[in-house]
Design a protein around this ligand. Structure first.
Ligand SMILES: Nc1ncnc2c1ncn2[C@@H]1O[C@H](COP(=O)(O)OP(=O)(O)OP(=O)(O)O)[C@@H](O)[C@H]1O
Ligand SMILES: [Mg+2]
Length: 264
C-alpha cells in the first residue's frame, strides 16, 4: 500500500462557505457553512442526496459561483473566476463538435500561446494516456460516449491543473465502460499524483476511488460525515471483487448508505 498524501499541503481551502440562490419565488439555501481543506494528492469523492448542493460546491471550487458568505481559496488566494489551474469534467463531455480530437485537446495550450512543437508533444502524450492515440483525426461524433469522456479528460490534463473537478463524470456511461473509466482515472491519479474532487451517486464508485469520502446532508447542504478510505490503494488489476467483499468494505458501505438514506 502506498500513500501520497503529504501533511499540511492544502491546495484548496473552503471556510464557512454558504451559497444562497435567488430562485423565481424564494431563496434557495444550497450550501450552509461548509468547511473543507483539500490536501495535495487527495482523491475526494462526494456523495449525497440529489439537490443537496454537490454541484454547487464543485462550482465554487471551479470559480463558476462565488459563495454568498465565507470564502474559497486556492493556494491561499481567493478563487474569483475559472482558471486553467482547475480542470472541470462534466457528465456530458465538453468537446467542440467541429474540431477533431487532436484540436480539441490542443485547444487550451493554443489559447495560452504555447509553442507549436510543445503543444504537439503534449497532445500526443495525453491522448496516449487516455488511450486515444489512434483517434487524432476523428470528430467527437465518431467516438463512443466513453471515448468522448476520455478526450474531455485529456483536454483537462494537458493544462496540468492543480485540481481536477469531476461532476458525475461516468454517470451517463454503461456499467462496463464505467468500470474501465474508474480504472483509467485511478491509474492517471497514481501516475500524475493530481488532486481530484469527484461527485458521484454511486457509493461503490466512491469507495473504489477515494482516499476520502465526503457525505453531504440534504438541502441546505452541509458535510454530514467524512471517511478516510484506502481501498483505492488495494485495488489493482483484477482484484476489485475481493476488496469489495471484505468485511471492512461492506461495513463502511452500509454506514455511508445509512447516512444517505436517513436524509430522505
Ligand atoms: N441557478 C440556480 N438557481 C436557483 N436554484 C438553484 C440553482 N442551481 C441550483 N439550485 C438549487 O440548489 C440546490 C442544490 O443544487 P445542486 O445542483 O448543487 O445539487 P446536487 O447535489 O448537485 O444535485 P444532483 O445530485 O441532482 O446533481 C438544488 O435544490 C437546486 O435546485
Ligand atoms: Mg449535481
Amino acid at each position: 500500500m502506498s500513500n501520497y498524501l503529504r501533511e499540511e499541503e492544502v491546495v484548496v481551502s473552503i471556510k464557512d462557505a454558504s451559497l444562497v440562490y435567488q430562485g423565481d419565488k424564494a431563496e434557495v439555501v444550497a450550501l450552509q457553512n461548509v468547511n473543507l481543506d483539500i490536501q495535495k494528492g487527495e482523491f475526494i469523492c462526494v456523495l449525497g442526496p440529489s439537490g443537496c448542493g454537490k454541484s454547487t460546491l464543485l462550482n465554487i471550487i471551479a470559480g463558476f459561483h462565488k459563495p454568498t458568505s465565507g470564502v474559497a481559496m486556492i493556494d491561499d488566494q481567493p478563487i474569483t473566476k475559472p482558471d486553467w489551474d482547475r480542470g472541470v469534467v462534466f457528465q456530458t463531455p465538453t468537446l467542440y463538435p467541429w474540431l477533431n480530437i487532436y484540436d480539441n485537446v490542443a485547444f487550451g495550450p493554443k489559447m495560452r500561446k504555447q509553442q507549436k512543437e510543445q503543444v504537439k508533444e503534449d497532445v500526443e502524450k495525453y491522448l496516449e494516456l487516455v488511450q486515444l492515440e489512434k483517434f487524432h483525426k476523428s470528430k467527437p461524433y465518431e467516438l463512443s460516449g466513453g471515448m468522448r469522456q476520455r478526450a474531455s479528460l485529456a483536454r483537462v490534463l494537458i493544462n496540468e491543473p492543480k485540481m481536477i473537478l469531476m461532476d458525475e463524470p461516468f454517470g451517463a456511461l454503461d456499467a462496463l465502460t464505467r468500470i474501465n473509466m474508474q480504472k483509467l482515472i485511478r491509474d492517471i491519479w497514481n501516475m500524475t499524483q493530481n488532486t481530484i474532487f469527484l461527485i458521484t451517486h454511486d457509493v461503490d464508485e466512491a469507495l473504489a476511488l477515494a482516499t476520502r469520502v465526503i457525505v453531504m446532508t440534504s438541502r441546505p447542504g452541509k458535510i454530514a460525515k467524512e471517511f478516510h478510505t484506502e481501498f483505492t490503494y488495494d485495488i489493482n488489476g483484477t482484484n476489485q471483487e475481493s476488496v469489495t467483499y471484505s468485511p471492512e468494505y461492506t461495513e463502511l458501505r452500509e454506514e455511508i448508505l445509512n447516512i444517505i438514506n436517513a436524509q430522505h
